[in-house]
Structure formats: structure tokens, C-alpha cells
Design a protein around this ligand. Sequence first.
Ligand code: C2E
Ligand code: CA
Ligand code: CA
Ligand code: CA
Length: 278
Amino acid sequence: AKAAGRNTLCFYDPLMQAAVHRRAALELDMRIGLEQGQFELFYQPQVDRGRIVGCEALLRWHHPQDGFISPAAFIPLAEETGQILPLGDWVLRTACEQLARWAQDPVFAHLSLAVNVSPHQFHQPGFADQTLATLAGTGADASRLELELTEGLLLRDIEDTIRKMMLLKGHGVGFSLDDFGTGYSSLAYLKRLPLDQLKIDQSFVRDVLTDPNDAAIARTIVALGISLGLRVIAEGVETEAQRAFLERHHCHAWQGYLLSRPLPVAEFEALVRGWATP
Ligand code: C2E
Ligand code: CA
Ligand code: CA
Ligand code: CA
């Protein structure tokens, strides 16, 4: 009763009430936006030894009134409300359709495509089967698909997580651990997960040249990845000096504004074409 009383009180706080309204409105808008095709995937290139080897799909929302809304603003809410499930399905299907199209063209056929998967989405009982069904339905090559998981995922049912990963891996799907070093990490779990890649979070890359702690963390993540037999990719690389530092310390790959922001598909394809034919 006491807790309920506190909740009721919150509703009379006009600021809080405005926030509740905003959330409800945003949730409804997301549902409508999905029906009306307001979401789009942008693609950011990933570079390995001077070649564009793949890209990461990043969600964009063109809201009819509010304009472009950043995923940082709506993904957490989508997670809370469950709207991430239809949204995540749409992302995965759209990404697989794109992979299937690229497979038809020798300029793009080698590209891998990384897709962000949120914990709520991954922990759905049918996630692995549904992903396999989407791959089969779109005709995409599973071995070109990489799923980016975050450490937050590991807070829940590690056995089930490993089982799902193994099932998908059996079909060729790859796995990256995103934002590595920022969340809940247990090296014991890391060892058990059938990962292919660690992704150094951009918060460590940003000041890698000026902050000795960030430099030490970045170097340690690379060394850890290598010793576990994993590929390591750095995100948020904005300067040539950052790229050179990472290369010097044997980081395999990178992505960031230094090469390109995430781009609409046509612009991304133009970039890859230009890169392929010097
Ligand atoms: P993330 O997965 O860590 O993605 C990296 C973010 O860094 C992206 O922000 C990207 O645009 C940005 N970025 C890339 N290069 C640079 C750089 O050189 N400098 C800086 N400062 N930033 C860079 P974005 O696109 O706003 O996405 C934010 C977050 O939203 C993502 O972080 C991811 O957690 C989430 N997200 C995006 N798309 C999806 C999706 O389809 N599904 C799910 N579940 N989450 C998504
Ligand atoms: Ca990511
Ligand atoms: Ca990341
Ligand atoms: Ca990040």
C-alpha cells in the first residue's frame, strides 16, 4: 500500500506526468512508425588492413514531426516497452534482405553485416529459430551475418545464451561482444561464450592518445582478444593517430568517422565502389 501510495504521488508531479505522457506518445509513435516505414538502416563501413570488409547496420528513425530521432533516445524505451521485439525483427529482416541483394553483386558479396541485438530480443525463447527462419526466408548467407551482443545480455541465463549462440553459430552466424569493457564483464563467462570478436568501446578509443589509462585498457582488450583467439575491432575511430595507435597494438579492424559516418545504403554502396576501384 505504501509503495502504491508513492506511485500515485508521482502521478501528481507535473514533470513526471509530462514524462509519462511523452513515453506513451513515443511508444505509440514507434508502433505507427514501423507500420508506415519511418525506420531505415544506415551502414557504417568496417576496415581491416585497408579494405572495407563489412559494415554495421545502425537504426535511424525519421519521425514525421520531431525529425530524425537518435537510437540512443528510443532504443532504451523500446527495450522497456517491448516495442524492441517488432523493431528488432524489422532490423534483422531488413539487414538479411540487404545481405541477399549484396550477394548478387561481386563488389559487395564479400561484405559482412553486423546487426545490434538487444538483450530483451535475444532472450525471447524463439530468437534463434526466428533468426534462422529470417535467413532462410530472405536467402541471406548466414556466414555474412554477425550479431552484436552487449555485456548486459550476460546478466541473464548464461546457459540459455550459450545454447542459442551455439545453434546460430552452427549455421555460420558470427558473434561480437559490443561495447566491451563498459558493462558487466566476467572473464569466466567470456571464456565460455562462443564469440568471434570483441569490440572496443569508443569511450576507450576517444582519448587513447592522451589518457594512459584508456591506452592501457585498449591494449589490454586487444591482448585479451588475441589470446582468446578472437578478432578485435575498435569503434569510434575519428583520427588517423587513433587508427595508427590501434594498428600498432595489433587491433584487427576499426570503424569510425575517420572513414565514414553511418550512411544510407546508396551512399554506403558508392563508398565501397569508390574504395574498390582506386
Ligand atoms: P553502438 O552499437 O555502440 O553503435 C556505435 C555508435 O557510435 C553509433 O551511434 C554510431 O553512429 C556511433 N559512431 C560511429 N562511429 C563514430 C565515431 O567515429 N565517433 C563517434 N563519436 N561516434 C561514432 P548510433 O547510430 O547513434 O547508435 C547508438 C546506439 O543505439 C548503438 O550503439 C546501439 O547500442 C543502439 N542501436 C543502433 N541501432 C540499433 C539496432 O538496430 N538495434 C538495437 N538493439 N540497438 C541499436
Ligand atoms: Ca554496435
Ligand atoms: Ca558499440
Ligand atoms: Ca557504444
